[in-house]
Design a protein around this ligand. Structure first.
Ligand SMILES: Nc1ncnc2c1ncn2[C@@H]1O[C@H](COP(=O)(O)OP(=O)(O)OP(=O)(O)O)[C@@H](O)[C@H]1O
Ligand SMILES: [Mg+2]
Length: 222
């Protein structure tokens, strides 16, 4: 299994204000699969994505990424994982203000001194409709454009796993559909696995399976 999460617990706060965000999550996701996560606001979706992205450590439970126990990895190992094998797409885009759009997109590969596939870059950029903003800086972009730039950056490294937290939250229906087709292609053509949080059943329908969460637990997968 590419992703194995066993009995993951995570709480925030203490005493009366303690919130049990994840209450013993068991999640197994194989290669080349597309999983959508749905559930009410506050049920723990982002917390789960953050654990899978190695951005927060669970209070207990084990998380294996491609056979490696993440709980015992140091920050260097986690950073390397995120640069090469695991892309995260957030609602807040984490673009570098000082770099133009193109340099933002290729940054993970430049950082790794890796060549990038120019034709794949052109294809992603054209599918996302951001070819005209490549020379602009993040401050000159709309929210939806920033979101698409962040998606382009996440896809260009052809990661093993793409984690996306409401990746189409700021997009109109047409652009949202294009993003979904791109994510679908990442699975079908590049063999990535996608785990995506969404509130939109139309977007979830691009996935192979829909996992429903409530109150820090998994209700079922279908
Ligand atoms: N850093 C934090 N400190 C304290 N409480 C937190 C923190 N992060 C999340 N929580 C709480 O944990 C619970 C789960 O939050 P989470 O962000 O995972 O929900 P979500 O399912 O992503 O909701 P939404 O659909 O609104 O994005 C919520 O009750 C939230 O208030
Ligand atoms: Mg959330």
């Amino acid at each position: 299994m590419l992703i194995e999460a066993k009995k993951i617990f995570k709480s925030f706060g203490v005493g009366k204000s303690k919130v049990d965000a994840l209450r013993g999550i068991d999640l197994y996701v194989g290669e080349k699969s597309f999983l959508a996560i749905m559930g009410k606001s506050g049920c723990g979706k982002t917390t789960l994505i953050n654990v899978l992205a190695t951005l927060i450590s669970p209070d207990s439970g084990e998380y294996y990424f491609d056979g490696v126990l993440i709980n015992s990895c140091d920050e260097n190992k986690k950073a390397e994982l995120k640069r090469r094998q695991l892309s995260v797409i957030f609602q807040q885009y984490n673009l570098i203000d000082e770099l133009n759009v193109k340099n933002n997109i290729i940054l993970p590969l430049v950082f790794d001194k890796k060549q990038f596939d120019q034709s794949y870059l052109e294809r992603i950029v054209s599918d996302l409709g951001i070819e005209d903003v490549l020379k602009k800086f993040p401050a000159e972009l709309s929210g939806g454009e920033k979101q698409r730039v962040a998606i382009a950056r996440a896809l260009l490294i052809t990661p093993k796993v793409i984690l996306a937290d409401e990746p189409t939250g700021n997009l109109d229906h047409e652009n949202a559909g294009k993003v979904m087709e791109l994510l679908r292609n990442c699975v079908n053509i590049y063999g990535s696995t996608v785990i995506m949080v969404t509130h939109d059943i139309d977007m979830a329908s691009y996935a192979d399976q829909i996992l429903r969460m409530s109150d820090g637990g998994i209700d079922g997968v279908r």
